[in-house]
Ligand binder design. Structure first.
Ligand code: PEP
Ligand code: MG
Length: 572
């Protein structure tokens, strides 16, 4: 037996066969020439055969798919033998280019052409990029980098996953995720939690696991073992028993002393929102609007935006829905907003900052949000990602007012915003702590990098201190602005919508630090609610105080865990 230890990002224990996500395909070198042993005619025939093979593969998948997925696969299949694409590539082959380089360049120019035509045609440019890569994979005799398609359930093992990969993941087929890279706040981790999939990230060396071999995955401890035996089988059985205890939330987040702490859901679209409503979430604390448009190469139209947002609002009539404007950039690139050549995208033009390079998109989005809100009964709050200064908060509030939106807020996910929350809250109505980015920026550790997973831990006392500073800023803002005797209360709400809120133990600390709501994947609601009910506000404050004063993330986590005997009973 061999063990790989990574970071567990969603609890659950399973045993299943390994299926690898093939590695990304490298671009054929610019100027790559046809080999002297091949004639242009033979290379062109090869290329046509590869196109036909891709068409057949996609048609086969389409025959097993249903609904919108089937239509997309059928349309993409046709693109694989599209005469415009193939002819353009053959022209390049005849001019001396290798077949791989020719289809790469032909694909790029056809995609650009479609992109420039705009509208529906622009959407097809994705299909061209997709078939271009598939044809290159066939020419090289390797697998296309996509989630493998097998009839039996399996454990997906990857170097790392992009949000677009995980968006097509079918939780009926993929029973657990293991990545060698990625951190606990990476988007792979976020999607694993949203899908309720046991997942381990940053498991160094895990990509070497043998295809089709059986492995054991423990999403709580981060252990991945080969050749599972009796111990692992009983661990899986025990987990199945405990999991049943933590499967429901009664829709009422509160501490043991009766202090209310609303528990909301993080969603990426209407389907998530319906699931969150069924799971009795008390509203939506974060709608990641960029997740609605990850495949778009052009700005979504007003009507498409209204439809996407309204689908979420309609799941929560009369309840709060916090919608976040597009957070494009870093690991969530949107071609119409971000520059893929930026050397350091996490520190680049992302989130609200795209307003400086692509002005107008934000105000148009706010207009669509206002229209969707007017057509629904949800209580719509709107917030901007990546706010760094009070001036940015003021500009965002002014744009919300111009669009007719009454409740503007900001994400606090940059340390400067945490440290100036008093001035920021003078300009907007609420703040929401994005602890995923707050952690990466506090610790200067890219949230996507496996080797930095230990730094990228929201239990780091420095991160907890910034959460505390944000809440203290909100309290002092209230005291100054209203000249009331406000004692430790938050007239302007400060919630948490980062992944830290989904950790039932850290949720106790966040409650003790004084945040006003917690928002998480709907799957985490039952466990967070169950643990919060085991402590009073006074106990939570004491534990929060100790966690902030700890000298390391491990010390903070251990001392809070040791003070919560209920965790063992709940199997957490
Ligand atoms: C965060 O940074 O904590 C957050 C909620 O935003 P995202 O994970 O989408 O960057
Ligand atoms: Mg963020």
């Amino acid at each position: 037996m061999q063990n790989f230890v990574g970071v567990g990002v969603f609890r659950g224990r399973v045993i299943g066969p390994v299926r690898h996500m093939p590695p990304a395909l490298a671009e054929p070198p610019a100027g790559e020439q046809l080999e002297s042993s091949t004639t242009p005619e033979a290379a062109a025939a090869n290329l046509k055969d590869a196109g036909a093979a891709v068409k057949a593969q996609l048609q086969d998948r389409a025959s097993r798919a249903t609904g919108a997925g089937k239509d997309v696969l059928e349309a993409t299949a046709l693109m694989a033998t599209d005469p415009m694409l193939i002819k353009a590539a053959i022209k390049l082959i005849n001019a001396g280019s290798s077949a791989e380089r020719a289809i790469w360049e032909a694909g790029e120019s056809v995609a650009q052409l479609l992109h420039d035509l705009g509208g529906m045609m622009a959407e097809r440019s994705h299909d061209v990029h997709d078939v271009k890569l598939r044809i290159i994979a066939v020419l090289r005799g390797v697998h296309v980098p996509e989630i493998p398609d097998f009839p039996e359930p399996f454990i997906l093992v990857a170097e790392d996953l992009a949000p677009a990969d995980t968006a097509t993941l079918d939780p009926e087929k993929v029973i657990a995720l293991v990545t060698a890279g990625g951190g606990p706040q990476s988007h792979t981790a976020i999607i694993a939690r949203a899908l309720g999939l046991p997942a381990v990230v940053a498991a160094a060396g895990a990509y070497e696991l043998v295809e089709d071999s059986l492995i054991f995955v423990d999403g709580s401890t981060g252990v991945v073992s080969t050749e599972p035996g009796e111990n692992e089988r009983s661990a899986v059985a025990l987990w199945q028993e405990k999991a049943a205890l933590l499967s429901v939330f009664d829709g009422n987040g509160q501490l043991g002393c009766g202090t209310l702490l609303p528990l909301l859901a993080n969603v990426g679209g209407a389907k998530d929102a319906q699931e969150a409503a069924e799971a009795k979430a008390q509203g939506v604390g974060l709608l990641r609007t960029e997740f609605c448009f990850l495949g778009n190469s052009t700005e979504p139209s007003h009507d498409d935006q209204v439809a996407a947002y309204k689908g979420v609002f309609d799941a929560f009539p009369g309840q709060k829905v916090v919608i976040r404007t597009l957070d494009a950039g870093a690991d969530k690139p949107l071609p119409f907003l971000t520059d893929s050549t930026e050397p350091n995208p996490a520190l680049g033009v992302r989130g609200y900052r795209t307003e400086t390079t692509t002005p107008g998109v934000l105000l148009r989005q706010l207009g669509a949000i206002a229209d969707a809100a007017a057509q629904s009964e949800a209580v719509v709050w709107v917030m901007a990602p990546m706010i760094s200064t009070p001036a940015e908060a003021a500009d965002f509030a002014a744009q919300c007012a111009e669009a007719g939106l009454q409740i503007p807020g900001v994400m606090v996910e940059v340390p400067s915003a945490a440290l100036t929350s008093r001035h920021i809250l003078d300009r907007v109505e609420f703040a929401s702590l994005g602890t995923n980015d707050l952690t990466q920026y506090t610790m200067a550790a890219d949230r996507q990098l496996g080797p930095l997973a230990a730094l990228n831990d929201p239990w780091q006392p420095a991160v907890l201190a910034l959460i505390q500073a944000t809440v203290e800023g909100a309290i002092s803002q209230a005291k100054h602005s209203a000249s009331l005797a406000v004692e430790d209360s938050l007239p302007k709400p400060v919630g948490v919508c980062g992944e830290s809120a989904a950790d039932p133990v850290l949720a106790v600390v966040l409650a003790g630090l004084g945040v006003s709501s917690l928002s998480m994947t709907a799957r985490a609601l039952p466990a967070v609610a169950a643990v919060l009910r085991t402590v009073t506000l006074a106990q939570a404050r004491q534990l929060a105080h100790k966690a902030v004063a700890a000298s390391s993330a491990t010390e903070a986590r251990d001392l809070v865990r040791d003070a919560l005997p209920a965790l063992k009973e709940l199997g957490l």
